[in-house]
Design a protein around this ligand. Structure first.
Ligand code: PGA
Length: 257
């Protein structure tokens, strides 16, 4: 069986002023005390903090990610940032297709795919988010919806080394609600099988499929124990080192057993 190195990523969304750099530093100090790490730990701050954070965290094992990008490498797109700019600022990965962007900016699967392709072009890992709404789940359309987003959002050249799939049920984000372990297992197993059909089983077996939506210190261990869950994308609980580190610890403990 292929052993996948888990990824626990913190998505800070539109949160964090300069003072938040201290949180990243505190997180790093706790992580450093827990070394050697058998998992990847990433913080995805707003773009305004990326460069300063890259400086503060240089020579540490913490990875940095950005949130979203424009598909083009440069040009007349006021207010937008390209994947190349975010890479230049210190990002190693980019979150694309988050449901908040799909909702707030009417992002389609085709646009998400173009953004993921841009991340690859810039040498970054694309963390591609997908997930069903509450009404889609209630209507029994979860797998259909997830497959549609997966097929539409994944670029052709996606490989385990440059792509992470994040399953984030929309109704679980920021609500304190999570699917049951059986529900998570069903969707993650389904994503793995659809990835195998799309990119071949060798790549699919190694690609990380992470879960996001109300992950916290209390449920992290149970979620991590689910088959085909290769890590977590954490929103609200990633903003403070005091909340994020216990989630990371749950993953570290699992890897140690
Ligand atoms: P949450 O957000 O952990 O606050 O639910 C997760 C996400 O949107 O990535």
């Amino acid at each position: 069986m292929t052993v996948i190195r888990p990824l626990v990523a913190g998505n800070w969304k539109m949160n964090g002023l300069k003072a938040a750099l201290d949180e990243a530093q505190t997180l790093y100090e706790r992580v450093a005390a827990a070394e050697p790490l058998a998992i990847d730990i990433m913080v995805c701050p707003p773009a305004t903090l990326l460069m300063a954070m890259a400086g503060a965290l240089a020579d540490t094992e913490l990875l940095l990610g950005g949130q979203d990008c424009h598909p083009e490498p440069k040009g007349a797109h006021t207010g937008d940032l390209s994947a190349e700019m975010l890479a230049d600022a210190g990002a190693q990965a980019l979150i694309v297709g988050h449901s908040e962007r799909r909702r707030d900016h009417a992002e389609t699967d085709a646009l998400v795919q173009a953004k993921a392709r841009a991340a690859h072009r810039a040498g970054l890992t694309a963390i591609i988010c997908l997930g069903e709404t509450k009404s889609e789940r209630d209507a029994g359309q979860t797998l259909e919806r997830v497959d549609e987003q997966l097929q539409g959002s994944l670029p052709e050249n996606s490989q385990a080394s440059n792509t992470v799939v994040a399953y984030e049920p929309v109704w679980a984000i920021g609500t304190g609600l999570t699917p049951t372990p059986a529900e998570v297992a069903e969707v993650h197993g389904f994503i793995r099988s659809r990835l195998a059909a799309r990119i071949g089983s060798a790549q699919a077996e190694r690609m990380r499929i992470i879960y996001g939506g109300s992950v916290n210190a209390d449920n992290a261990a149970a979620l991590m124990a689910v088959d085909n869950v290769d890590g977590a994308l954490v929103g609200g609980a990633s903003l403070k080192a005091d909340d994020f580190f216990p989630i990371i610890s749950a993953y570290l403990r699992r890897r140690a057993t």
